[in-house]
Design a binder for this molecule. Structure first.
Ligand SMILES: [Zn+2]
Length: 195
């Protein structure tokens, strides 16, 4: 596999250039985290301190031809459940209000949107998929005008590191009672050998 140009330095949580490519165990763990067979996973852009995947980077066009805008898919169930709790409490509505009220936050979120598109373009190029015109300019999670999905902005932050997506960074801080990057909350059964 020559998918990954050596000049790409990943900044996601818990990864290096050496651990960006998915292993067969990563795919097994992801399938168990999500409760379904994963497909078209091209990178593991964020990992737990134990090494398990946190996020699956999925090709911008699936092998069945479907365009897939959500390149950074949050997979770890402890984290997705924590984000769902914050969504149930309406955190994304308060964040969306702040885009109109805080010009600096709005600018940072716009830059996060562009970063998301650039990362997807990089992955599209690295995998030989190239451009996907159906989803051009469309990122994820409501970016850049709304915060619709905390899973999407948090998946982005975990995949590119802090300081890129302001609402992903805030979501990560807000879930600290359930999950932090420093501590493993994985289920050991995810790594058990296949029956
Ligand atoms: Zn872990």
């Amino acid at each position: 596999m020559t998918n990954h140009p050596t000049d790409h330095v990943p900044h996601g949580y818990g990864v290096s250039a050496e651990t960006l490519a998915p292993t067969s165990q990563d795919l097994l763990v992801l399938s168990r985290q999500l409760g379904r067979q994963v497909r078209d996973v091209v990178e593991i852009p964020a990992r737990c301190v134990c090494g398990n995947p946190l996020v699956a980077a999925t090709a911008p066009r699936l092998s069945n031809g479907t365009p897939f805008p959500t390149v950074f898919y949050l997979a770890h169930p402890v984290i997705t459940q924590a984000a769902s709790r914050l969504e149930a409490a309406g955190l994304m509505y308060r964040m969306t209000d702040r885009i109109a009220e805080e010009p600096e936050t709005a600018r940072a979120y716009e830059a996060a949107h562009r970063n998301y598109l650039a990362e997807r373009e990089r992955i599209g190029a690295a995998t030989g998929i190239g451009e996907v015109p159906e989803i051009e300019g469309i990122s994820a999670g409501g970016m850049p005008t709304r915060v619709k999905c905390l899973h999407a902005v948090l998946g982005h932050t975990l995949s590119v590191g802090p300081g890129v997506n302001p609402f992903g960074d805030e979501t990560l801080a807000a879930i600290e009672q359930w999950w932090t990057p420093e501590q493993c909350a994985c289920d050991p059964a995810w790594r058990d050998a296949e029956d």
